[in-house]
Design a protein around this ligand. Structure first.
Ligand SMILES: NC(=O)c1ccc[n+]([C@@H]2O[C@H](COP(=O)([O-])OP(=O)(O)OC[C@H]3O[C@@H](n4cnc5c(N)ncnc54)[C@H](O)[C@@H]3O)[C@@H](O)[C@H]2O)c1
Length: 250
């Protein structure tokens, strides 16, 4: 028996490091997963791995910043698997490290659209269906940088801080519908995207800034997502689950 048997989940950014680990762990725990990503190769790899492991998954190649795609993801959950119980908003559009004065308004707006506005769009269209299915769990993937600052990341810190407080406000509004809403804040995790901000993998690992003196693994974040999605966290809502190797406590 899995922790997510008979559940249907949408995971955005499901082709990436953390999104793939969450999608695969959800499927291994019995959930059927709608895997949404703009990158067809990456998301098809996630779904192939789910299916070859005996799980259930559907790929939706789509830009999460477009409202019709949020509606399409929810429709795919209903048509493919009969409903929806869990949403993980995880996709990220990244920029190289830069101060605010060096970022164009177009770049700023694109990060807002993909990283913050998509959480609004997917939640808006998921909530009525999750309620109709008896309730469930919404997880907004934030960051330890939603709680603290890092040079060259003004847009990221702004959006991740917003996601943490947005989850609290949504939790308050939707508790009566039996929908729990939490954010999950990873610390530095060894994904391809994280590594690209450094000269090489060795430099990225050395710059972990954690008490445990290493980068996290995507699977360590997926474990937290399973907890938040399942009944194991039934008394948890309006919280931020910080999995950061002690980064923010130093
Ligand atoms: N890796 C870390 O160190 C770290 C730390 C803290 C928080 N996080 C958060 O975890 C989440 C996942 O990060 P990751 O490191 O796995 O990133 P990643 O780049 O490996 O994965 C992100 C995925 O999002 C997809 N994506 C980008 N734009 C999209 C769009 N418009 N529509 C649909 N999909 C789109 C990409 O194709 C990619 O597959 C992000 O929200 C990130 O901010 C990561």
């Amino acid at each position: 028996m899995g922790a997510l048997d008979n559940k249907v989940a949408i995971v955005t950014g499901a082709g990436g490091g953390i999104g793939r680990a969450i999608s695969m762990r959800f499927a291994a725990e019995g959930a059927a997963v709608i895997c949404v990503d703009i990158d067809d190769k990456r998301v098809n790899t996630t779904v192939d791995e789910i299916v070859s492991g005996g799980g259930q998954g559907i790929a939706l190649i789509a830009d999460v910043a477009v409202e019709a795609n949020a509606e399409a993801a929810v429709a795919a959950a209903i048509e493919g698997f009969g409903g929806l119980h869990v949403l993980v908003s995880n996709a990220i559009y990244d920029l190289p490290l830069a101060r605010l004065t060096e970022i164009s308004y177009d770049d700023w707006r694109r990060t807002m659209d993909v990283n913050l506005n998509s959480a609004f769009l997917f939640s808006k269209h998921a909530i009525p269906v999750i309620e109709a299915n008896g309730g469930g769990s919404i997880i907004l993937i934030a960051s330890q940088l939603g709680r603290t600052a890092k040079p060259g990341r003004p847009w990221y810190c702004a959006q991740k801080g917003a996601l943490i407080n947005m989850a609290k406000a949504m939790a308050l509004d939707h508790a009566h519908q039996n929908i729990r809403v939490n954010s999950l804040s990873p610390g530095p995790v060894e994904t391809d995207r994280f590594i690209t901000n450094f000269e090489d993998r060795k430099a990225a690992r050395a710059a972990n800034n954690t008490m445990l003196d290493r980068l996290g693994k995507p699977e360590e974040i997926a474990a937290g997502a399973v907890f938040l999605a399942s009944e194991e966290s039934s008394f948890m809502t309006g919280s931020d689950l910080l999995i950061d190797g002690g980064y923010t406590a130093i």
